[in-house]
Design a protein around this ligand. Structure first.
Ligand code: GEK
Length: 241
């Protein structure tokens, strides 16, 4: 059973954030209270996966955590002979994800793997989902990861990419950050929790600007990219091959 996120509720020597067993325990609560529209994003990614899934292909959930997107995709796939490959490089997440998925019945096979997406071969893919994962990949490796996804996608296949983004100017960025912090306050996080989490995450998660995402995707070959969701500094897009 998972619980309420109180990881940064007490004053502490803040270490870099990692997806360890403590985070796994509270992850659903943490992500739901921290990412505006998380439930909408996950369910819509499932709908999009259902729409773009092709028969005899793979669907990937990269940085799957506890498998929320995998479950949502699995509910919506109506094509024959599809397999979902769910990958995460946190052992604690992968173990819990396997347990969690086994609680739901489905005809669509899921292969949950412990692995680093910077080293993964993407093959025969109709859908590749990255729900708030690219932001944790070192900036100088992001283009290579996206290029490998592009190559592994079938024609007509899609990348479903959600990211926390940086505002285009410092002023715009501060505006988005303030709105996001208000959202967290509204969801019960204290000033101390907000500020300690910010310290913990700043060396680990480095958001790009939306314009950086768009131009990089275009350079790689995605000619049709549509932002379908944005609230504050969180956005989600579909890029079609
Ligand atoms: C959800 N998609 O609930 N290789 C594999 N996994 C990685 C890597 C890497 N190089 N780097 C980070 N991760 C999920 C939420 S959380 C987002 C995704 C967040 C994994 C990491 O272990 C974690 O589980 C996930 O990416 C990011 O829809 O917590 O903000």
């Amino acid at each position: 059973m998972t619980g309420k996120d109180s990881i940064y509720a007490t004053e502490q020597q803040v270490k870099d954030f990692s997806f360890d067993a403590n985070v796994v325990e509270v992850f659903p609560d943490m992500i739901q209270r921290s990412v505006p529209g998380y439930a909408t994003i996950v369910s819509t990614m499932g709908k999009l996966a259902g729409q773009y899934a092709q028969s005899n292909s793979n669907l990937y959930d990269l940085g799957c955590s506890l498998g929320a997107v995998t479950l949502s995709m699995r509910r919506n796939i109506a094509k024959e002979n599809c397999e979902i490959v769910a990958v995460d490089n946190s052992k604690a997440m992968v173990e819990r994800c396997k347990m969690h998925l086994s609680g739901f019945k489905s005809d669509v096979p899921v292969n949950v793997q412990l692995g680093d997406i910077t080293e993964l071969d993407i093959e025969n893919a109709s859908v590749v989902a990255m729900n708030f994962t690219l932001q944790f990949i070192p900036k100088d490796q992001r283009e290579a990861v996206l290029t490998s996804i592009y190559r592994g996608l079938k024609p007509g296949g899609v990348l479903l990419l959600s990211e926390k983004i940086k505002g285009e100017t410092d002023q715009q960025d501060n505006l988005l950050i303030d709105l996001h912090h208000d959202f967290k306050r509204h969801n019960g996080y204290s000033e101390l929790e907000i500020s300690q989490k910010r310290t913990a995450i700043e060396n680990v998660m480095r958001p790009d600007r939306l314009s950086t995402h768009m131009s990089r995707l275009e350079k790689i070959g995605f000619k049709q990219t549509q932002v379908w969701y944005q609230c504050f500094n969180f956005c989600s897009l579909v890029a079609i091959k």
